[in-house]
Design a protein around this ligand. Structure first.
Ligand SMILES: [Zn+2]
Ligand SMILES: [Zn+2]
Ligand SMILES: [Zn+2]
Length: 90
């Protein structure tokens, strides 16, 4: 994505991957609740945000070394890079 001020990880995202299902795949497995959803731009998996009890999106980003997520919330159009702690709207 050619986005002004974006880090190299975000610029490496060819096109934003949106959520296939609007649910956290890890919370669903264990019957947990989430607050907001984020979609991994490396593998397309959708997981819960850091305001959620289980913080699956950031846990996945660390464990899998997948740096960039997008918001999977309706009407929100932004990307966020974990290693650079930087967000940008698209
Ligand atoms: Zn980055
Ligand atoms: Zn979750
Ligand atoms: Zn991923």
């Amino acid at each position: 994505m050619e986005l002004e001020g974006a880090c190299a990880h975000i610029r490496d995202v060819p096109q934003v991957r949106v959520a296939e299902r609007r649910e956290c795949e890890d919370c669903v497995r264990v019957g947990a609740a989430w607050v907001h959803l984020r979609t991994c731009q490396s593998c397309g998996g959708t997981r819960c945000c850091d305001s959620s009890p289980n913080q699956h999106a950031s846990g996945h980003a660390r464990a899998a070394s997948h740096p960039v997520i997008c918001s999977a919330e309706p009407g929100e159009r932004w990307l966020y890079c974990f290693p650079d702690d930087e967000g940008v709207e698209y």
